[in-house]
Design a protein around this ligand. Sequence first.
Ligand SMILES: NC(=O)c1ccc[n+]([C@@H]2O[C@H](COP(=O)([O-])OP(=O)(O)OC[C@H]3O[C@@H](n4cnc5c(N)ncnc54)[C@H](OP(=O)(O)O)[C@@H]3O)[C@@H](O)[C@H]2O)c1
Length: 219
Amino acid sequence: MKVLVLGATSAIAQAAARIWAARGDDLVLVARSPEKLQAVADDLRTRGGKVETMVHDLNDPVSYPPADVVLLAHGVLHGPDVLQTNLVGPIALLEKIAEVLLPGACIAALSSVSGDRGRAKNAVYGASKAGLDAYLSALRQRLFHKGVRVVTLKPGFVDTPMTAQMQKTPLFSSPAAVGRGIVRAIDGRSDVVYLPWYWRFIMLIVRMIPEPIFKRLSF
Ligand SMILES: NC(=O)c1ccc[n+]([C@@H]2O[C@H](COP(=O)([O-])OP(=O)(O)OC[C@H]3O[C@@H](n4cnc5c(N)ncnc54)[C@H](OP(=O)(O)O)[C@@H]3O)[C@@H](O)[C@H]2O)c1
């Protein structure tokens, strides 16, 4: 199987890529930092993967060769580039990628539970992921008839460099656990996957809180 990993230096993407490497899959890794990318590629080669690398800033959409699986994993939590990096860039990228995928292929993209309901603490990030969810739903409908799957991956809190500044609670998962969930989701048949699974129920409750109450909460 050939896997294209966009944002391959992400801690979550690396965890999934380690599983594919151990299976002996072909990996095409794309990231913007040559040094970090080299380190990730070396690690995956020692685990059995056949690895190619491409250094790109993913905010500059270019064309990629077809793959059996595309994992879109890059993202930022704060700063002026959140909408560009998490939403505008991914749409431009996936529009190009969708053109070359063959029947049987799968696109899996890292959204977030944050897209399920806007919170004051991460307003722009949540909006970017809500937008990505809507786009992936549309892409899933469009590509269904071509035999290409689209999987929306929605992790809760994961202990990675992105959340390094946050206080860790029991709700945090490891990148390894989420990486296993990603590979399982891609191997399976689901369209929208919460990682770990219990976030589906947490977010169901969060979405059900009436707005007059929700606006008073500070979580
Ligand atoms: N951690 C969480 O709690 C959590 C929860 C839900 C969803 N997610 C989502 O999961 C995905 C992976 O996040 P993570 O937790 O693994 O964080 P991470 O380790 O900080 O990874 C983020 C990655 O995005 C890359 N990136 C950002 N902008 C880029 C650009 N313009 N071009 C290329 N690469 C770019 C970063 O590259 P550099 O290293 O070069 O900066 C980094 O490798 C993100 O989409 C995130 O929103 C994370």
